[in-house]
Design a protein around this ligand. Structure first.
Ligand code: GDP
Ligand code: GDP
Length: 438
């Protein structure tokens, strides 16, 4: 499922981080068992009523001087306009209206994107409302008062945000063509791979109906089947600041991964897996997407008959949270194994949509529990009653047990491995929901 993207834009100190934390809460770090991956507060998943969306903070680091403020704000707004379905423009009732607010409001208005104007630090609604009305002058609609600190007005604000979600975006999901995102840090060869794929296959470039984003997707025809390659070219931004570059790269990854069925995560063979690679891989993993690790520039390293084997082990070791990912060694330069990439993509799509019958699943679970007794604690033993698959993309299973607290991560992993032994599910993560049945 592709979730809408909501971007927050606002000057430093208006309360973006505070609001972000209030909305995302604990969810900012869903995956805690690998280092450095989700600690950045750049994006988070939010659920409000029955709606889910991904929130991104385009803010980044504070500009060093007042002079740079306006260009910093422009850049934030541009990124938000390029990537978001809805933009939240956050202002500060204490600072009041400042000149750059008007400039940003102009940009947002011209973009035609839905904008929600949020006035923060309204800690006392009765007293401060007159000051809130001042923000009508921005000409981008009704200002919505909140206090991020005291969590006031947040519900009304979210109601306003989700009102703007476009039902037409859901059309994208009815499009049966597989959507592929090629991600990876700068210079690993993403554009070269896409260009090479386009060169060897018939291409239809089109603006796909229902996409409201500015990204132009590329449709590639391979063996009479159409594949949509997601492009977010607009986000290839330049910056002298390393943190900024990394931020752009992460925003670009989150937005592309969100819309993809399968993610091709490209790494540079001559560099190996870096920390930034692990971060990017973590984004695809969290979102339950199909994953292929493409080790590119395979032409550029010296090899013998063991190199692939050793390299595979090294990648598996570093990306140990996604052992299910397929690994393929390619060269965009020579075209080596690029045709095979389509075969692997095809396989991963099949696995993401695989449904296993309940009867078969329960047989596997019974056999597994017979072979290795479930754990017990203080005289109480875990009992597994029943398992059933409730969703695809990613395949999601519900296991009913007597006591959730007894179902340790390691025992869930054990059951997962048994299911994988039977059905493979290569290239896709599996989700397990544990429910209690007395
Ligand atoms: P950012 O730079 O936009 O991410 O802003 P921060 O979230 O870091 O907030 C800047 C300052 O404003 C911090 O000292 C916050 O505690 C404070 N702040 C944030 N929200 C509120 C609020 O609702 N009321 C008040 N009084 N202060 C707030
Ligand atoms: P991107 O930033 O990830 O899109 O990377 P590019 O596609 O722009 O490639 C970055 C650099 O790596 C360019 O100089 C490419 O020519 C080079 N490159 C890309 N793929 C390969 C490859 O398979 N082998 C070698 N030797 N160089 C490559």
């Amino acid at each position: 499922m592709s979730k809408p993207i909501v971007a927050i834009v606002g000057r430093p100190n208006v309360g973006k981080s505070t609001l972000f934390n209030a909305l995302a809460g604990e969810k900012i770090s869903i995956v805690k068992d690998y280092p450095g991956v989700t600690r950045d507060r750049i994006y988070a998943d939010v659920t409000w009523l029955d709606k889910q969306f991904t929130m991104i903070d385009t803010g980044g680091i504070e500009p060093e001087s007042k002079d740079l403020m306006l260009s910093h704000m422009r850049q934030q707004a541009e990124i938000a306009i390029e990537t978001a379905d809805v933009i939240m423009f956050l202002v500060d009732v204490r600072q009041g209206l400042v000149d750059s607010d008007f400039k940003v409001a102009d940009m947002l208005r011209k973009s035609g994107k839905p904008v929600v104007l949020v006035v923060n630090k309204v800690d006392n609604f009765d007293k401060l409302m007159p000051d809130v009305y001042e923000f009508y002058n921005l000409g981008i609609g009704d200002p919505i008062p909140i206090s991020a600190n005291s969590k006031l007005g947040i519900g009304d604000m979210l109601d306003e945000v989700i009102k703007h979600f476009n039902p037409e975006d859901l059309l994208e999901e009815e499009d049966e063509r597989p959507r592929i995102a090629i991600v990876g840090k700068p210079n690993v060869g993403k554009s070269s791979i896409i260009n090479k794929l386009i060169g060897e296959n018939r291409v239809i470039v089109s603006d796909i109906a229902g996409t409201t984003r500015d990204a132009i997707d590329t449709v590639v025809n391979h063996n009479d089947k159409e594949y949509v390659f997601i492009d977010t070219a607009g986000l290839r931004r330049k910056s002298k600041i390393k943190e900024e570059l990394e931020r752009f790269s992460i925003i670009r990854t989150v937005t592309a991964v969100e819309r993809a069925d399968v993610v091709v995560m490209v790494i540079d063979a001559s560099e190996g897996v870096t920390e930034q690679d692990a971060k990017i891989a973590g984004i695809a993993h969290e979102r339950g997407k199909g994953i292929i690790i493409a080790v590119n520039k395979w032409d550029a390293i010296e090899k013998n008959d063991k190199t692939i084997y050793e390299y595979t082990n090294k990648v598996r070791e570093i990306l140990s949270f996604m052992t299910y990912a397929e690994i393929i060694f390619i060269s965009a330069l020579t075209g080596q194994r690029l045709p095979k990439l389509f075969d692997v993509i095809e396989m991963v799509i099949q696995n993401q949509t695989l449904r296993i019958q309940t009867g078969v699943l329960n047989e596997i679970m019974m056999e597994a529990t017979a072979m290795q007794q479930p754990p017990s604690d203080k005289g109480k033993r875990l009992k597994l009653f029943y398992i059933t698959q409730v969703a695809i993309k990613p395949p999601t299973f519900v296991i009913f047990v007597n006591d959730k607290a007894l179902m340790h991560f390691s025992y869930t992993r054990y059951i997962e491995n048994k299911i994988r032994d039977a059905f493979g599910f290569k290239g896709t993560s599996l989700r397990f929901l544990i429910r209690e049945r007395k």
